[in-house]
Design a protein. Structure first.
Length: 325
């Protein structure tokens, strides 16, 4: 199986290194010092499960790779609409695009029945810009439960978790999902194929919608937010509002708020990817995590005053970052 990782950052390089170790023909697309280090020394993974180094092909030019079976999209969701020039050389007639994104994906209402069938979420897919670059027919959903960070150029620190849940937007049991599952498991990762990935999306979103914006607004780690009574109460309120929106679009996650908070606290002083982006002067991945849920609340009539307030404040911060960059 030929796999290209477009956006070989913390998650992308970790997944690519594991896939390469498992025998897949892996090609990493990255840039700058990170690319240089991976070319010269491979991808070095530091993990409590055991350190290892993999040496997949790495480049900044996807045309060197050509069409592949699967593109593992490691970019943040805010860059999807502009990734066409990088993505197109990798696409053959049957290439699948596995979007390892946080939040609500652009394909969310594809392949569902009811009044929202085919509905486009504007904050996720503004004007259809993402759908034009990545047609929903190519999309395979992916919810990442692994926590990683770039410890240095070419060096990935794996903190915890190896689960990458995948699934077809239309709930079908496809050969491309089963093939990817086998490749991921050969590399030592967990990769369940879910009949409907939407519950996983909301379980992950329960944490992201709280800790990603709050970590940026308070410059705090996940454990610090959980251990402070006021921010823990705020987190609980935000999760309750999120579950109300999920219920109104037909999903009732089986994970309780208490369990979700306990899991986040156990992660320890982990700095979210949103906080890392803020510290580096990059725009934050908040539209798909927070604004999309507020949009769905407006669509379904769910009251979300706390989410709406946090979205307004975090959105202003994001605008300031964008203006300065």
């Amino acid at each position: 199986m030929r796999i290209a990782v477009l956006g070989a950052g913390a998650i992308g390089a970790y997944a690519g290194a594991a896939l390469h170790r498992g025998g897949a023909d892996v090609h990493l697309v990255a840039r700058n010092e990170h690319l240089k280090a991976m070319r010269e020394n491979g991808v070095r993974v530091l993990s409590p499960r055991g350190d290892f180094t993999a040496h997949p092909h790495a480049t900044d030019d996807p045309s060197e790779i050509g069409p592949v079976d699967i593109v593992f999209l490691g970019l943040k969701a805010q860059y999807y609409a502009d990734c066409g020039p990088l993505l197109r050389p990798l696409l053959g007639p049957d290439t699948a695009v596995v979007a390892a994104q946080n939040g609500v994906p652009w394909w969310y209402f594809h392949g569902v029945e009811g009044p929202l069938a085919g509905h486009r979420i504007e904050s996720v897919d503004p004007g259809g810009a993402v759908s034009r670059v990545i047609p929903v027919e190519r999309a395979v959903g992916c919810v990442v439960y692994a926590a990683t960070e770039i410890a240095g150029p070419g060096v990935i620190r794996h903190i915890e978790g190896t689960r990458f849940s995948i699934g077809e937007p239309d709930r079908s049991d496809s050969a491309r999902c089963r093939d990817l599952q086998a490749a991921m498991e050969a590399g030592g990762l967990k990769c369940p194929v879910e009949r409907d990935l939407r519950e996983d999306i909301w379980v992950k979103l329960m944490g992201n919608i709280v800790f990603n914006p709050l970590s940026a607004l308070t410059r705090s780690t996940m454990a610090q937010i959980c251990r402070n009574r006021s921010t823990r109460d705020l987190a609980r309120t935000m999760m309750n509002e999120t579950l109300e929106v999920a219920a109104r679009v037909g999903v009732r996650p089986s994970v309780s708020i208490d369990r979700r908070l306990a899991g986040a606290e156990r992660t320890g002083d982990h700095r979210t990817s949103t906080l890392h982006d803020l510290e580096r002067g990059r725009t934050m991945e908040l539209d798909v995590i927070l604004s999309a849920v507020v949009e769905l609340a407006d669509l379904t009539g769910a009251p979300v005053p706390t989410l709406r307030a946090v979205d307004a404040v975090a959105g202003l911060l994001n605008q300031r970052i964008a203006a300065a960059s």
